[in-house]
Ligand binder design. Structure first.
Ligand code: SAH
Ligand code: SF4
Ligand code: F3S
Length: 544
């Protein structure tokens, strides 16, 4: 049987897709390896959001391509957003690529691999087999308003998710759960609506059931995923199969968020979905969600969060720019004033909430004045962190057609660096406020064997650079030598926390558990603390 190497680029959505693909292929008898040399099927699950993301994937594809040219019998597949964006053109430019599979077609991947294997077995493989090796949505999903059951085979991939009973012992006790696919926002710079297609909401029963099954297999933290999670809404009684199961549903127009009656019993809003998961799956210690859209974030969601302690008070709510003129060109649909009204309201209802965001610098026509406004906004909101990106023109988007990429690269770099420095100050102040308090930390990894080792831990969020995550924390570093092993995890507010424990055994025991930590020091992106009950012998795996 075939051995597969699967590498993932891009966002959490892609990480989840890769997990589902892996489960699907394993159920068909494929095995997986982390070494490219041991694999005969090499798959890259790719991201198109910025040019840099694409070049990274192309260089990986290029290396495998060379091995194939040199005569190695390998199957090379490109999955995900790049496949969807570039389409069959990619196969013409890179004939070493055997198969392409868009993010909306991943359920068809085993069939594509089979087709490639069969074609390779032929003595004279025909060039005309391209459609057998390619599964792309071609954005067809946007053409029909109602989603037919047959058009949504992808749902089967989410539904068929493997529930790994080893999770409870392996330390992997956190899982992503998709609630919405695609995006209807069409921010002018962004490829996602083109690569992931129209917004489609999964039926609430399927989502709650998935959470329940994950909890039963040992998961204690779920992160609900969608490009704009707060746009989640499901109208019941519209799309039901013969056996009475509800089907995924295309998102409504944005007017749906105006003047709607959220107490309509036929409507599951995001707030109601959160409440259902919290109330119906009590085994989950942490319920989180990504990414929130600043507009249309109803007060109902904040109220559900305030009344339900296991919903994490953490919002990733990207602003993108602090200039109303730029926000308009980006088609974000809100003003700086509206954004600030929202973040103020969040902190009023949930004073402990942490807020993170994304910023794009160097969007076309961005002036020094626009950039100053972005800095002002950063100073105004207590962001725990911000992901800062240099604008990258993406083929197919409105921005690339409508605006010249007129901010020079060195200006983009300068603005990027200035914002990083400013965010480091803001992040340091936000983190410093936690010093002296006790927090619950979900332990995720052993970051080194001893405090003097150089071994770098990996950050909880792949988008956080390791260097930044481990910026020296202020506070006591003089651990007694008995606390030789460093572990790290996250608070409910997603603050990365490191602490030391005496032995590697102890560290391993604690993986995947929630421990009480007293915070003693902090840095721009990190908290540093000490376990409150270091001597407790048996970690309480089910502690909430
Ligand atoms: N749905 C999320 C974001 C998904 S893309 C949201 O709307 O908040 C993740 C981030 O990548 C975006 O928030 C944006 O900051 C950045 N991004 C997207 N397209 C980009 C582009 N063309 N150039 C630079 N950054 C971009
Ligand atoms: Fe892209 Fe905007 Fe959709 Fe986010 S909301 S995925 S930035 S189009
Ligand atoms: Fe990238 Fe696609 Fe995610 S473009 S950010 S992998 S949705």
């Amino acid at each position: 049987m075939k051995t597969v190497y699967l590498e993932t680029f891009g966002c959490q959505m892609n990480e989840l897709d890769s997990e589902l693909v892996r489960g699907h292929l394993e159920s068909l008898g494929y095995s997986f390896t982390t070494e490219t040399d041991d694999a005969d099927v090499l798959l890259f699950n790719t991201c198109s959001v910025r040019e840099h993301a694409e070049s990274k994937a192309y260089s990986r594809v290029g290396i495998v391509g060379k091995r194939k040219k040199a005569g190695e019998k390998l199957i090379l597949g490109v999955l995900g957003c790049m496949a969807e964006r570039d389409g069959v053109d990619m196969l013409r430019r890179y004939p070493q690529i055997d198969l392409l599979c868009g993010p909306g077609e991943l359920d068809k991947l085993p069939m594509l691999i089979d087709n490639v294997v069969r074609t390779a077995a032929l003595e004279h493989p025909m060039a005309a087999d391209i459609e057998d090796r390619v599964a792309l949505a071609g954005n067809t999903s946007r053409r029909s308003a109602a989603l037919s059951a047959s058009a949504d085979d992808l749902e089967t991939l989410d539904l068929a998710r493997a529930f790994d009973p080893d999770r409870a012992t392996s330390g992997v006790r956190s899982a992503y759960v998709r609630i919405t696919r695609g995006c209807n926002k069409f921010c002018t710079y962004c490829v996602v609506p083109y690569t992931r297609g129209a917004e489609v909401h999964r039926p609430p029963d399927s989502i709650v059931e998935e959470c329940r099954r994950l909890a039963a297999s040992g998961v204690i933290e779920v992160t609900l995923l969608g490009q704009t999670v707060n746009h989640y809404r499901y109208t019941h009684g519209m799309a039901v199969t013969l056996d009475g199961r509800e089907q995924p549903q295309i998102g409504p127009g944005l007017s749906a968020f105006r003047n709607e009656t959220v107490d309509d019993p036929n409507l599951t809003t995001f707030a109601k979905l959160l409440a259902r998961i919290h109330d119906e799956v009590p085994e989950l210690s942490r319920i989180r969600f990504l990414t929130s859209y600043p507009k249309d974030f109803g007060h109902d969601v904040l109220e559900v969060m305030a009344s339900r302690p296991r919903i994490c008070r953490y919002l990733h709510v990207p602003v993108q720019s602090g200039s109303n003129r730029i926000l308009k060109l980006m088609n974000r649909g809100y003003t700086v004033e509206e954004y600030l009204e929202f973040t103020d309201r969040v902190l009023e209802v949930l004073p402990d909430a942490t807020i993170a965001g994304d910023i794009i610098v160097g969007f076309p026509t961005e002036t020094d004045e626009d950039f100053e406004l972005t800095k002002d906004l950063l100073r105004r909101v207590p962001y725990k962190n911000n992901f800062i990106f240099k604008y990258s023109p993406r083929p197919g988007t409105t921005a690339i057609n409508r605006f010249e990429d007129d901010v020079p690269l060195d200006v983009k770099k300068l603005r990027n660096n200035q914002l990083l420095a400013l965010q480091a100050e803001i992040g340091a102040a936000v983190h410093a406020e936690w010093v002296g308090r006790e927090v619950d930390v979900l332990v995720e990894r052993i970051t080194n064997r001893s405090p003097i080792s150089d071994a770098a831990p990996s950050a909880a969020d792949p988008r956080i650079s390791l260097g930044a995550a481990l910026a020296p924390a202020k506070g006591p570093r003089d651990h007694p030598s008995s606390l030789a092993v460093q572990i790290s995890g996250r608070t409910p507010g997603d603050l990365i926390t490191v602490l030391n424990v005496p032995t590697r055994d102890r560290a391993e025991q604690l993986l995947g558990t929630i421990v009480r930590v007293r915070i003693e020091g902090s840095g721009p992106l990190i908290l540093h603390g000490r376990m409150v009950d270091l001597d407790a012998t048996v970690p309480d795996k089910l502690r909430h």
